[in-house]
Design a protein around this ligand. Structure first.
Ligand SMILES: Nc1ncnc2c1ncn2[C@@H]1O[C@H](COP(=O)(O)OP(=O)(O)OP(=O)(O)O)[C@@H](O)[C@H]1O
Ligand SMILES: O=C(O)c1ccc[n+]([C@@H]2O[C@H](COP(=O)([O-])O)[C@@H](O)[C@H]2O)c1
Length: 228
């Protein structure tokens, strides 16, 4: 929704991700950055077609969107946007930020990203334009420390003062590990919000392609190239 003319500038965080599934590492990152930067809101933006994950099967966009809604529903400062899901092409952050900027013309945008994603930022589509649209906040993640030499070398090529690095409480959780656990019938409780555990079970996500479900149905995850 557009803001009324003359409204004071709001600080809006943007947390993009594939969220397959969303987990507590994502939620803590958003919450910490909101606190440190006094953000009024954090908008979670599930990717539509994450081109950098084209080599693997990704769950249908609507499932990832609904899990993101479930996970964020209880926090009045968290919201979810469909901009990347409703765009009929590969997902690029430059498009995400352009769309959100036009929806929130008076807001200062803060794009939140983990240290792992940050380490490839110079390869992102139109990367120079990204910093005209938003400030970037890179957060620590176990296994991807902010002080790593290769990350520093990569980030040295960015313009000055466009990125702030923030240490956050370390949660060694990844969506990959959650999917693996769900596939092997091991618990994902406490790694993801309770409602997401229940959604994974209800929709039978992360079972092997072609593996029969207890009710005899066969689940096939659509390949990422298909429109979900
Ligand atoms: N445990 C975590 N701590 C901090 N940041 C995280 C954590 N997990 C993911 N992120 C960040 O959240 C954003 C979205 O991540 P994404 O949805 O790809 O999750 P993921 O756990 O990295 O998924 P996958 O294991 O499938 O690659 C990225 O910027 C990523 O760096
Ligand atoms: O714009 C790009 O080229 C680009 C390349 C890689 C990742 N991103 C964004 O970074 C965010 C995290 O991506 P991922 O793959 O870690 O889920 C998500 O919003 C992606 O759209 C964006």
């Amino acid at each position: 929704m557009n803001e009324p003319p003359g409204a004071p500038s709001r600080r809006v965080g943007v947390m993009g991700g594939t969220f397959d599934p969303i987990h507590h590492g994502h939620l803590v990152a958003a919450s910490e950055v909101a606190d440190r930067f006094g953000l009024d809101e954090v908008i979670f933006v599930p990717t539509g077609r994450p081109w950098q994950k084209a080599d693997r099967t990704v769950s249908p966009a609507e499932d990832r969107y609904l899990m993101t809604v479930i996970a964020t529903a209880s926090n009045p400062r968290f919201a979810v946007s469909r901009v990347d899901l409703d765009r009929d092409k590969s997902t690029y952050t430059v498009d995400t930020l352009r769309d959100l900027k036009s929806q929130h013309p008076d807001a200062e945008l803060y794009f939140i990203t983990g240290a792992d994603a940050l380490s490839s930022i110079l390869g992102w589509q139109d990367w120079q334009e990204l910093f005209e649209l938003a400030r970037f906040v890179g957060v620590s993640r176990p296994g991807f420390e902010l002080g790593a030499e290769h990350l520093a070398e990569h980030l040295a090529r960015l313009p000055k003062d466009v990125l702030t690095l923030v240490e956050i409480p370390a949660l060694a959780i990844s969506s990959t590990e959650c999917r693996l656990r769900a596939r092997e019938n091991r618990p994902v409780w406490y790694l993801v919000p309770d409602g997401v555990v229940q959604y994974i079970s209800k929709r039978d996500l992360y079972r092997r392609d072609g593996e029969p479900r207890p009710d005899g149905h066969i689940t096939m995850s659509p390949p990422i190239q298909e429109k979900n």
